[in-house]
Design a protein around this ligand. Sequence first.
Ligand code: NAD
Length: 261
Amino acid sequence: LYKDLTGKVAVITGGSKGIGNAIAERFGQEQMKVVINYNSDKAGADKAVEQIKNAGGEGVAVQADISTEEGVQKLLDAAVDTFGDLDIWINNAGMENQHPTNELSLKDWQRVIDVNLTGVFLGAKAALNYFLKNNKKGNIINMSSVHEQIPWPTFAHYAASKGGVKLFTETIAMEYADKGIRVNSIGPGAINTPINAKKFADPEQLATTTSMIPMKRVGDPSEVAAAAAWLASDESSYVTGITMFVDGGMTLYPSFEGGRG
Ligand code: NAD
């Protein structure tokens, strides 16, 4: 645990399940004050608030669609009105769906870009303006993916959104570095969350996935949350503009395993 995180105020988008939920739980253990955003899963967000309180932190669940300016404003207002400040903003919410690109509708393309890329821009913009106005050395963490680096046929819109997150993160990290504001991404590999539930429930598909991971297992959401806690803490005080891959080695070209090639 990181002592400097005690009492810090964080917003986590998409915190009702999966990786966002695991970050909320970890931030509760860190004795933080957390705004848990959810889009539709109120029960999941309420449960996360309970978990945070049981661990000794404080939490509040707030419904908002983070692909809209009103949505992110609502989250910022909740942090300031409920906890009096904002220290850390985690752009975690994301979505994916699979279509051959020649059949991908403009609507599906647009929705994935709106949530995964525009949502990251809107969240970062709201946080940056708060940090600048209040002269705060704030911290922004964006949930990218190994697919900011690895192409993914039939998920072109998803890969494009995460590739966008990579350069957005690097650019704003540079733009606000002299203000002491840090911006980093996390690039999870295959993590056991609801987004993958159907795929990992099928033993054949699970075996295919693990064969692509040098560590030969999928990751647990808590392992991504541990990276978020480190990036949020002062222990990473000289780190900005990186993507920290949490992927069991998936980005290491596993097809070369065993000296192949
Ligand atoms: P998940 O589906 O379990 O959770 C995603 C969360 O985002 C949900 O709570 C969902 O309600 C929320 N969300 C979606 N659209 C929203 C909107 N418009 N407004 C507010 N909330 C919204 O998925 P997860 O696996 O926990 O993924 C979290 C993040 O990690 C995503 O950005 C995803 O792309 C990324 N990621 C996940 C994996 C993985 O293997 N699970 C791998 C790489 C990257």
